[in-house]
Design a protein around this ligand. Structure first.
Ligand code: FMN
Length: 148
């Protein structure tokens, strides 16, 4: 059994893409060590992140993430046990929707392929549904910047 958390938050103004990428380099190493996987979407200065791993590790990491002052307004969208991990091979995939229209179009294609390459059991899971619908609403709310 695994444990899943999905949250949404708002990046602090000075926490830009360069700094996010640097932070993720370190985060990926730690996630790999703890067998934590997931995906983080960055759009309109907001994050939606899915983290999945053992219950103890996810609860510990989530409490660290919540108290991280590089973002604020951390809102839990889902927190529950899951039978599987959705993208078990990824220590943390970043989908960046903060760039120009070419970059956004590229991220949209990546997102579609990430969502498409999930098996049917996972597609039926609460974590998958909540992740997909919250990312959809974030992208929709952020239009016209993200129409690609
Ligand atoms: C939006 C956001 C997402 C983060 N995601 C992760 C993550 O997936 N894994 C991780 O180890 N740290 C992540 N962090 C960093 C943690 O808040 C924390 O700084 C880190 O886990 C501490 O690592 P340490 O044990 O090496 O001190 C994230 C921080 C922010 C602001």
């Amino acid at each position: 059994m695994f444990y899943s958390v999905i949250y949404q938050s708002k990046a602090q103004p000075d926490f830009n893409l360069k700094k996010i990428e640097l932070m993720l380099l370190k985060a990926k190493r730690k996630n790999k060590r703890l067998k934590i996987s997931g995906c983080i979407v960055y759009c309109n200065n907001r994050f939606i992140q899915l983290i999945q791993g053992s219950k103890a590790d996810i609860q510990q990491l989530y409490s660290e993430i919540r108290s991280d002052n590089r973002h604020r307004q951390v809102t839990t969208l889902l927190e529950q046990s899951s039978e599987h991990k959705i993208w078990s091979d990824w220590s943390m995939a970043l989908l960046d929707f903060s760039g120009d229209s070419k970059q956004i179009m590229y991220s949209r294609i990546l997102l579609e392929s990430y969502l498409g390459n999930v098996n049917q059991n996972e597609k039926n899971s609460e974590a998958f549904k909540v992740f997909r619908s919250s990312v959809d609403s974030l992208l929709r709310e952020s239009e016209p910047y993200t129409v690609g």
